[in-house]
Design a protein. Structure first.
Length: 153
């Protein structure tokens, strides 16, 4: 099951990266100033959250789903973490981003915070709020809330 969920996650991330490249080429920021890694992560979370099979798994087998998805030694989370490190490293290498902490530490926080919002209905009996997740992740990554995210506060 972990490999199947990873396959879905990986395909979703590859598609989000491809969509950015189609729209913005190799730019590190879009015309509104959004950092490439943040835009890609936002699209990734939205696609995962709206995937009917994924939602069905969370609805029907929440304990199993959370265990498989968030196990730090499992088949999903370590790979998701690695993918996020690579995504941010690309923005560092291309000169548009200077992290305040190591990429490993930053991606740990990004992935765990993303999980908290993505699976909030199962973890905390709260409706997932992907807009709030994007705003918080932008603040975490950039150390400030970008102008295009301030209206969500």
């Amino acid at each position: 099951m972990g490999d199947a969920l990873w396959y879905m996650a990986d395909r979703t991330m590859v598609e989000a990266v491809r969509d950015w490249a189609a729209a913005h080429g190799n730019a590190v920021r879009d015309p509104d100033g959004e950092l490439r890694c943040l835009a890609v992560m936002r699209q990734y979370r939205e696609a995962i959250a709206t995937n009917q099979g994924f939602r069905r798994l969370l609805d029907e087998e929440p304990n199993l789903a959370i265990r498989v998805l968030t196990d730090p030694h499992g088949r999903v989370q370590p790979r998701v973490m690695t993918t996020h490190v690579e995504l941010l490293r690309r923005d560092v290498d291309d000169g548009g981003f200077v992290p305040a902490v190591s990429l490993d530490s930053l991606c740990y926080a990004i992935v765990r915070l993303g999980e908290a919002f993505l699976y909030s209905d199962v973890l905390a009996s709260r409706a997932p709020d992907l807009a709030a997740a994007s705003t918080l992740l932008a603040a975490l990554v950039e150390g400030r809330v970008p102008a295009h995210e301030r209206q969500l506060l």
